[in-house]
Design a binder for this molecule. Structure first.
Ligand SMILES: [Zn+2]
Length: 196
């Protein structure tokens, strides 16, 4: 049900003759006063904000004075949601439609906000453990990079050794080839000399 229909009494103060208050306005003001009396601030100092058209929630008064003000002047304009008296104005979602703002929800929000429940992230011991683990992880990472550097150096060394061995092998092969060709030339010469 739309709040403007539900609380139409708020702006239907005077009866036809404009001299007397309507019954629905008087009943509604009672409901409003009872609602506001549940506010923690009222419980502590016996006053709450006056939503009359003059004070517009800027002044704290006693309930009896507020009733008189509301009877005389009526509510300030557009005060459909009693946001100065413990209610939340609902937000509209395209998918879900208007969410309902119930009195219970509003007061539940008020009381739970004062709780001192500590979440794990706020626990000093827990955060100490986390920073210790982070330091350990950092060390492991550093060791890992050191290890990688060592491996790379070893690989490079291995490659250099292999290259040297390879060069040596090539050298030997070249020598052997030279020796062979010398021999060939020699035998060739020998052969030619033999044949002649
Ligand atoms: Zn007032």
């Amino acid at each position: 049900m739309d709040i403007r229909n539900q609380r139409s009494w708020m702006y239907n103060r005077l009866a036809q003759g404009r001299k007397t208050l309507t019954d629905e306005f008087i009943n509604g003001v009672n409901i409003f006063i009872e609602t506001a009396k549940q506010l923690p601030s009222f419980i502590s100092d016996g006053m709450f904000r006056c939503p009359c058209s003059k004070h517009k929630n800027q002044v704290h008064l006693r309930p009896d004075d507020i009733i008189v003000d509301l009877y005389r002047r009526g509510f300030m304009p557009q005060y459909w949601y009693w946001t100065s008296h413990g209610e939340y104005e609902p937000h509209f979602h395209s998918a879900c439609g208007p969410s309902t703002s119930s009195q219970a929800q509003a007061y539940e929000g008020m009381t739970s906000s004062g709780s001192s429940f500590a979440s794990p992230s706020q626990d000093p011991l827990y955060s100490q453990q986390i920073s210790a683990l982070q330091a350990e992880l950092e060390q492991v990472r550093k060791a890992q990079t050191d290890w990688q550097v060592q491996i790379q150096a070893q690989i490079q060394m291995q490659m250099q050794v292999q290259q040297a061995q390879h060069n040596q092998l090539l050298d030997e092969m070249r020598k052997m080839k030279d020796q062979l060709s010398e021999k060939e030339v020699a035998t060739g010469d020998d052969a030619s000399t033999d044949s002649e």
